[in-house]
Design a protein around this ligand. Structure first.
Ligand code: ATP
Length: 514
């Protein structure tokens, strides 16, 4: 636990020190759960977005993109259910005056029991060595089964109480489990209340005519209300998808996990419109496709797991989360939901406009069903960044900090370093190399400090290649190229640089692994 906390602290300070993420309005002491992406962060974020867009839109001939406005007609949020039901159950601690999400307190309690299961597994693994069969162990070991049953009982009671709006029972559960305020240790709780997460604002200048609006809490509704426009103008045939990336806003109650839970964040969503009755096969398809996308980045198969929802939202007939192992444990990174025809039917009812599809093959009209994939761009950023930050022991006993970002996502692809900054010839050739490479790749020039220190700086920045220009370069047009992960150095021709870099950073090479 302590190690994970340390790792998380390192992630935060590294993100700031290397120009990835800053606290918003830091000179005014910041704004809680709002962050700015800095010079490197903005590139990493853009590369993640592009990687998603390419896989979802460009490579699928039946998926197109849109960019809907953040402001939407207020009735949208009545139809979607957000005005009435986009609530989190909150609870205050009377002594510390801190506010928590009641469901998160209970889930964190269960995560502690889960940690005990992990401990039993590790112990048994050690004892049995190669003969150890994890699946068999967790399905037969008495202690593990006991823990698992406890988790299941707690979570299903919570789910039932939340569904029935029985907030008194949620409080009773917190009291029965003797859950204490994680900061103060106090068990002196208020009642549980519902809290709507949407930010309100006003459109229009005069007080009388101003219209109450919301900042969108998800991008999905911009897709639903445009369903027919896109279908008609794009002559789309079912099954087809509409994808969108963009900002969403939620007045989160608990926002203490850096860019994991923000009040202003970015989503990458895709709504796939299908024929009713085919949702089970498409749910399976998108579950597999999305996991493959994640795995293509090579962050490690063991860091992902599916969490199928037992309790489903009233509009869904299947739902799963792709969870990622963040420094603070496995948490939701992406949601995949089979939403039936709920959204289109609701908008049809509230707008009075028909939102149906005429199927020429079947010669009939119907309201399509929808499969949604929804991932938080900032959470994906955190997954990639935290997983890549490594403290590596070297053979000579020293250590280095290296940010092993997937090369395709790295903000800067190569740093060009003249061995000696005072040598005009080396500087000139370095700049010529930059002039040539910058049309294809984001590259930087770095002449300060000894070359070893420059290598370390670029390692910590996540730059996959360092290209060093030295005296020999002037004689025979060759340079040294150093690889971030292996630290291997090769002497190569300047004219070959582009193809060497391309091999490692090309989106195609990465996405072909899917
Ligand atoms: P959580 O249970 O963590 O609050 P959610 O189930 O409400 O998430 P969805 O409404 O399904 O999330 O949103 C889809 C995705 O948007 C999530 O999987 C997550 O990656 C991202 N997301 C949601 N809320 C936030 C937030 N406050 N900050 C950053 N990303 C978020």
């Amino acid at each position: 636990m302590a190690n994970n906390e340390d790792q998380f602290k390192k992630v935060l300070s590294h993100a700031k020190e290397y120009g990835y993420v800053f606290q918003s309005s830091e000179i005014y002491d910041g704004l809680s759960a709002v962050y700015d992406y800095a010079q490197n962060g903005v590139e990493l974020k853009k590369n993640i977005r592009d990687y998603w867009w390419k896989a979802m839109v460009q490579l699928n001939d039946n998926i197109v993109g849109i960019d809907a406005a953040i402001f939407m007609h207020p009735t949208t949020w009545k139809a979607s259910g957000h005005v009435d039901a986009f609530n989190d159950p909150l609870i205050d601690n009377k002594d510390s005056k801190k506010r928590y999400r009641a469901d998160v307190l209970i889930e964190d309690y269960c995560a502690k029991i889960e940690a005990k299961i992990d401990k039993e597994v590790k112990k048994a693994e050690k004892r049995f060595g190669d003969a150890f069969n994890k699946e068999e162990f967790v399905s037969t070991n008495g202690r593990v089964l006991g823990y698992q049953e406890k988790i299941n009982t707690i979570l299903s009671r919570m789910a039932k109480s939340l569904e029935n709006e029985d907030l008194a029972d949620v409080k009773a559960l917190i009291e029965e489990l003797e859950i204490a305020d994680p900061l103060s240790g106090s068990k002196n709780w208020t009642d549980v209340k519902q809290f709507n997460l949407m930010f309100g604002t006003k459109l229009g200048a005069s007080a009388d005519s101003a219209m109450d609006l919301y900042l969108r809490p998800e991008t999905a509704q911009g897709i639903f209300v445009n369903f027919l426009n896109v279908q008609k103008t794009g002559r789309m045939k079912i099954p087809f998808g509409i994808a969108q990336t963009g900002k969403a806003f939620r007045n989160e109650i608990v926002a203490r996990q850096f860019i994991f839970r923000m009040r202003e964040f970015e989503q990458m969503e895709m709504q796939f419109f299908i024929k009713p009755g085919t949702q089970t096969e498409w749910f399976k398809h998108w579950k597999e496709a999305r996991l493959k996308w994640h795995l293509s980045l090579g962050l490690g198969e063991d860091n992902y797991r599916f969490h199928d929802h037992e309790k489903l939202a009233h509009y869904a007939d299947a739902a799963t989360d792709i969870e990622f192992k963040f420094p603070f444990g496995f948490k939701e990174l992406e949601g995949i939901h089979s939403r039936t025809d709920f959204d289109l039917k609701q908008h049809e009812e509230y707008s009075g406009k028909k939102l149906q599809y005429f199927d020429h093959e079947e010669n009939e009209s119907y309201t399509p069903y929808v499969l949604e994939t929804s991932i938080g761009l900032d959470r994906m950023f955190l997954a990639v960044f935290s997983n890549s930050l490594i403290e590596e022991e070297l053979e000579d006993g020293s250590s280095r900090t290296v940010l092993k970002l997937p090369a395709v996502l790295a903000p800067v692809k190569a740093a060009i370093l003249p061995l000696v900054k005072k040598d005009e010839g080396l500087v000139k050739l370095s700049k010529q190399i930059i002039e040539d490479l910058k049309w294809d790749y984001n590259v930087v020039y770095d002449e300060k400090d000894a070359v070893g220190r420059r290598y370390r700086r670029q390692d910590a920045n996540g730059t996959p290649f360092c290209i060093t220009v030295d005296g020999e370069s002037l004689e025979n047009n060759t340079v040294t190229i150093r690889h971030r992960d292996t630290m291997e150095q090769q002497r190569v021709k300047i004219e070959d640089l582009k193809s060497i870099i391309k091999k490692e950073v090309d989106v195609k090479e990465w996405l072909m692994k899917m």
